[in-house]
Write a protein that binds this ligand. Structure first.
Ligand code: NDP
Length: 444
């Protein structure tokens, strides 16, 4: 049995109840086979794979808080500090009822390679809680965030672990968390990213993941003799990533026609109106039915369905496993020629394989959505320097980073005999740097 197969067997035995984590490990280790086989003896002796699949530390804690009726509520908080070989742990905090150990581990594992790909000195981590900010008052969200940080503050810091936003954690939540961290520690330091502009946040951080996704997609298309100009784009999600992906798609000459949330989706034949989307989702925190009310020409549909819309390019920007094999078949049948992931692992393994076998250009999230964490690292640099860069400075650094990530993944895929396979390319390029650092640092 090969070393990769031995470790896959081990990981399945040890983590049987964590399907998302197993899916992420399966995808990464399988695509690393050519690299591992080239150095199998060394990697096996050093137990590199056993070490890379085991978090350095996992923290799980109780988060009690009082709701508006005076009732005590209890949530479970998590932080997985996965790998610090190349820098302090860095990765978002997800607040969603579906959060559990396996989901945080899958996200933390992906984060190791994503952060490495950015070329910046950041290790991999992820956290969150099974708390649902939806329908809660601002006071309830503050009570939760303060309680969450009252435990988590012991384990994070500007040079140790720097969390950021993710699903359910936006500027409001980061603000409450930062305030409580400062109160508990007395430190005014860059311990969280995604902060407001008046207290250490970076310009362009809000837009970074969506913009970065489009910079990556644009570069991937150009390298393959295509362009975004005049193309129809379907997008899922209506949150941070989706909104700014839609905005940048317009700016690059494409027409984004869909968006979705957890209850339904919009098809707007005139193209999604960004100002309306922001008003509905960020200001009113309402459902997409409200978008339809403000744009009567648009169609609203209950449930899932954006992937049935005819398009050239598809950008899944909502959540994991939201695009399955049937969706992939519908997209290919409708002429879609490129898919770039804005969310983390939104495409199932079967769907990814189908796209690749049918000649669709496929960008994996750990490469194409790395603009968010890259700009978070730029926020850390500005905090350390006690300086603020302009929007244009940050945006141009982001664009260069995304172009470099594309070319690093592209070249790694070519070097290991799988040209055009950006999934393998991204995993290989991310892995090589982390492993070199792990070997240099000894058995830790
Ligand atoms: P938001 O909370 O801002 O938005 C998430 C969107 O996805 C919302 O429209 C939400 O619907 C929808 N959604 C969430 N869960 C589900 C579900 N189970 N089924 C259907 N729809 C769902 O999150 P982000 O935009 O920040 O994150 C989206 C994805 O991008 C995640 O996978 C995240 O990990 C990833 N990502 C985010 C980064 C960032 O910088 N924010 C960086 C890199 C990756 P509703 O409005 O109903 O809640």
């Amino acid at each position: 049995m090969s070393y990769v197969d031995e470790v896959l067997e081990l990981v399945r035995k040890k983590n049987a109840s964590e399907p998302e984590f197993l899916q992420a490990v399966d995808e990464v280790l399988n695509s690393l086979r050519p690299v591992i086989e080239a150095n199998e003896e060394l990697y096996k002796r050093e137990a590199i794979l056993e070490r890379i699949i085991e978090p350095e530390r996992q923290i799980k804690f109780r988060v009690p808080w009082v709701d508006d009726k005076g009732q005590v509520q209890v949530n479970t908080g998590y932080r997985v500090q996965f790998n610090s070989a190349i820098g302090p742990y860095k990765g978002g905090l997800r607040l969603h009822p579906s959060v559990n150990t396996g989901i945080i581990k899958f996200l933390g594992f992906e984060q190791i390679f994503k952060n490495s790909l950015t070329g910046l000195p950041i290790g991999g981590g992820k956290g969150g809680a099974d708390f649902d900010p939806k329908g809660k008052s601002d006071r309830e969200v503050m009570a939760f965030c303060q309680s969450f940080i009252t435990e988590l503050y012991k384990y994070i810091g500007a040079d140790t672990d720097v969390p950021a936003g993710d699903i359910g954690t936006g500027a409001r939540e980061i603000g409450y968390m930062y305030g409580q961290y400062k109160r508990l520690t007395g430190l005014y330091e860059g311990v969280l990213t995604g902060k407001g502009l008046t207290y250490g946040g970076s310009l362009a951080r809000t837009e970074a993941t969506g913009y970065g996704l489009l910079y990556f997609t644009d570069e991937m298309l150009k390298s393959n003799g295509k362009s975004l100009e005049g193309k129809t784009v379907v997008v899922s999600g209506a949150g941070n990533v989706a909104t700014y992906a839609i905005q940048k798609a317009w700016q690059l000459g494409a027409k984004p026609v869909t968006c979705s949330d957890s209850t339904g989706w919009i098809y707007d034949p005139d193209g999604i109106d960004v100002a309306t989307l922001i008003e509905v989702k960020q200001v009113k925190r309402a459902r997409l039915t409200e978008y339809k009310a403000m744009r009567p020409n648009a169609e609203y549909h209950e449930g899932k369905g954006v992937w049935t819309v005819k398009c050239d390019v598809a950008l899944p920007c909502a959540t994991q496993n939201e695009l399955d094999l049937d969706d992939a078949k519908a997209l290919v049948a409708n002429g879609c020629f490129a898919v770039a992931e804005g969310a983390n692992m939104p495409t199932t393994m079967e769907a990814t394989k189908y796209f690749q076998e049918n000649g669709v250009l496929f960008a994996p999230g750990k490469a194409s959505n790395a603009g968010g964490v890259a700009t978070s690292a730029l926020e850390m640099s500005q905090n350390s320097e006690r300086l603020s860069w302009t929007f244009e400075e940050v945006d141009s650094k982001l664009k260069n980073i995304m172009i470099n990530i594309f070319h690093n993944a592209d070249e790694a895929a070519k070097k290991y005999g799988c040209p055009g396979d950006y999934v393998a390319g991204a995993n290989i390029a991310g892995f090589e740097k982390v492993v070199t650092a792990m070997l240099a640092q000894g058995v830790v």
